[in-house]
Design a protein around this ligand. Structure first.
Ligand SMILES: *[C@@H]1O[C@H](CO)[C@@H](O)[C@H](O)[C@H]1NC(C)=O
Ligand SMILES: *[C@@H]1O[C@H](CO)[C@@H](O)[C@H](O)[C@H]1NC(C)=O
Ligand SMILES: *[C@@H]1O[C@H](CO)[C@@H](O)[C@H](O)[C@H]1NC(C)=O
Ligand SMILES: *[C@@H]1O[C@H](CO)[C@@H](O)[C@H](O)[C@H]1NC(C)=O
Length: 623
């Protein structure tokens, strides 16, 4: 088998492929097969505009067009076996990649790209709710594109003309599968998100599950419940929904599909209820297969006979999104794999990227800079680079020249790694899609100001921050950091004041042992080595583990301090606007009584502008 793998890899080099022009070639690796069941699912989540795939990482270099080809082939396989295949997307399709963010208006191209993939269940993520314009586009474009399958169990829309509050889409869906004739009741939730634009209303899940329509839906006696949700698998919302459905239906299988946490994860809730989360950024296509689902009513004759009818089996794979794997799982090759629709969409993405000039380079990164693959501080950490180089060079105000300052930014502001090579328009939106502005409070006593960073980084332990649920420090960090801190199988010790927080390391024990690289096997490439409730065999590709390091909630640069090393009496406390409520609260706690009235804008440049300017000035030249 491994010899075959190598041969296939060798042939890859010689033929044309789909994927985006310039996307790196996928690399051969030992694979785990997909197992089929009575009902099967493909799941995407948190794609964040990465529908062109990863152009700097071979492992994730297939695009949305390739996914369309893949799904078409897999549906054909399902039909041949008389089983079913359903496609699910659980939100955060937007924000985080030039393909979405670089157009004016944003998302001009992505709706047409995305809609080409038929889906059976689709719901909304928090990113579709931050801007009123996104909420509206979702209502006016994506919901009609997915008329049958868009579900909004706890999300309402405020109509601009009437001010009426109406469901963003239908609350739930009841349908019968094509081949097995299984009756399915499906929901589409979002976690209790409270920071949406004012034309959206997220109902607390706790309220929704008491509503009449929901109580009616869970009494429909389907053969299977499907709960899609923009909800982390280990968040309270899924537990609650599970409990309410299970109390009413002791034996009905429930399949949960989650997201938001940006991780690969699977959770067993009971013998007949399981959940999967399928990563982020088009790196992962989730695969779930279920067997042993009993039909409650008489059904059309089915060709497929389950061998394990007595109990429900649930299996999962996290498919690395690259053509090597997609070919492997379909048994097809470069010529036979791309379908007409898939090719068209690949082409549409390439044209969109071109008209958005996403490949325009601002400079050339001399090395990789990692969010969490490198320790902080270290010279491979993107946060060290920002803290020690970019922020000190860029954070200034012409009316405050010479005034020493502390500049604070939250680490969640960065969304992705920087790779050695061209730093492009696309990279800008990938690394820093947020419009973070710098504000400041002038002349804060240094003995007060210097305490802030420590309070922000201890967060949860500080009564002052804990008192206000809106100031949960999880909002300061990236979803990946937040979910790794919360996964039971990872070390989660909270740093004490004396702890060297930077020494907390998550990945090591979680990773599988790398296989020895024998002569007959391709070298393992670094990638996901997922550990979930079902074990360590979830990834479709065997990888060598990548270490994952904790980073602090916030970073701080000291700028313009006296060169003799003495402490200034006062400093300007400069901070990214997003952190303002946290900074004000921490100030109060450390004896500085300031309010929003004391806050002034510090710079016309956003953090993203500063980063791009710094790169153009310091990473000159072609790659
Ligand atoms: C939302 O806020 C905007 C700007 O403040 C305002 O113009 C609009 O009327 C508000 N919409 C609703 C539905 O409250
Ligand atoms: C792809 O598969 C088809 C059908 O099996 C075969 O005829 C063709 O030669 C293959 N092409 C490549 C490039 O391997
Ligand atoms: C693909 O694009 C071609 C050319 O625009 C068009 O004629 C064809 O109908 C498209 N095919 C599909 C399946 O959408
Ligand atoms: C980063 O650190 C490593 C190890 O300390 C060193 O070998 C390397 O030269 C450093 N790179 C830069 C760009 O400073």
């Amino acid at each position: 088998m491994f010899i075959d793998t190598v041969l296939v890899a060798a042939s890859l080099a010689t033929v044309a492929r789909a994927a985006q022009p310039g996307a790196p070639k996928p690399v051969a690796a030992p694979m785990r097969d997909l197992e089929w069941g009575q009902i099967n699912f493909l799941h995407t989540t948190d794609t964040h505009g990465w529908h062109g795939g990863h152009l700097q990482e071979p492992q994730y270099s297939a695009d949305w067009g390739d996914y369309i080809s893949f799904a078409e082939h897999m549906k054909k396989k399902a039909d041949e076996q008389g089983v079913d295949l359903l496609l699910i997307d659980t939100g955060d399709r937007i924000e985080g990649n030039g393909l979405y963010d670089a157009s004016d208006p944003k998302g001009k191209y992505t709706s047409d790209v995305f809609r080409q993939q038929p889906l059976d269940v689709i719901c909304t993520g928090n990113h579709e709710l931050y801007q009123a314009s996104s909420v509206q586009r979702e209502h006016e474009t994506t919901v009609p594109n997915y008329r049958e399958s868009y579900l909004a169990s706890n999300l309402d829309y405020i109509e601009p003309e009437t001010g009426n509050q109406i469901p963003q889409a239908q609350r739930y869906r009841k349908f019968t599968t094509k081949n097995q004739g299984l009756n399915v009741v499906a929901f589409g939730f979002i976690f209790d998100f409270d920071r949406g634009a004012n034309n959206s209303v997220v109902q607390q899940v706790e309220e929704t599950v008491k509503q009449d329509w929901f109580l009616k839906a869970i009494r429909e006696k389907p053969d299977l419940f499907v709960v899609a949700g923009h909800v982390g698998l280990r968040m309270k919302e899924f537990d609650l929904i599970y409990k309410v459905i299970r109390d009413q239906n002791w034996y009905t299988p429930i399949a949960f599909f989650g997201g938001h946490a940006h991780v690969r994860d699977a959770r067993k809730l009971d013998d007949k209820a399981y959940a999967i989360a399928s990563g982020r950024y088009m790196e992962t296509i989730g695969w779930v297969s279920m067997d042993g689902i009993k039909k409650k009513s008489s059904a059309p004759a089915v060709a497929y006979v389950s061998t394990t009818a007595a109990s429900v089996s649930w299996k999962r794979r996290y498919i690395d999104n690259n053509l090597y794997g997609l070919h492997y799982h379909t048994g097809l090759n470069d010529t036979t794999f791309p379908t007409e629709n898939g090719r068209n969409v690949t082409k549409l993405i390439a044209e969109s990227r071109k008209s958005l000039k996403l490949d325009n380079a601002y400079g050339c990164a001399p090395q990789d800079l990692w969010m969490s693959r490198a320790e902080f501080p270290s010279n491979s950490s993107v946060f060290t680079w920002l803290q020690d180089q970019v922020i000190p060079d860029m954070v200034s105000n012409k009316d405050r020249t010479g005034v020493p300052r502390l500049a604070i930014a939250n680490t969640g502001m960065v969304r992705f790694d920087i790779f050695k090579g061209a730093f492009t328009t696309d990279s800008t939106f990938i690394v820093s899609p947020f419009l973070s502005r710098w504000n400041y409070i002038p002349d804060v006593p240094y003995n007060v100001a210097q305490k802030i960073i420590d309070l922000l980084n201890r967060g949860g332990q500080v009564a002052a921050l804990e008192a206000d649920p809106a100031l949960d420090t999880k909002y300061l960090i990236s979803p990946e950091q937040w979910s790794f801190r919360n996964r039971p199988q990872f070390e989660t010790s909270t740093a004490t004041p004396d702890d060297d927080e930077t020494s907390m390391r998550f990945g090591e024990d979680a990773g599988q042992k790398p296989l020895a690289n024998g002569d007959d096997k391709p070298d393992l490439i670094g990638g996901y080595t997922t550990q979930d409730d079902l074990g360590t065999d979830g990834d479709d590709t065997e990888h060598s583990p990548i270490k994952f390091y904790a980073v602090p909630n916030c970073i701080q640069s000291s700028i313009g301090f006296p060169t003799d090393g003495s402490a200034p009496a006062t400093v300007d406390l400069v901070f990214v606007d997003y952190t303002q409520p946290y900074v004000l609260q921490a100030l109060r706690y450390s004896g500085g009584d300031y309010s929003t009235d004391d806050v002034k804008p510090y710079s016309d440049l956003s953090m993203t502008d500063m980063m791009v300017k710094w790169i153009s000035e310091n990473w000159k030249g072609k790659c």
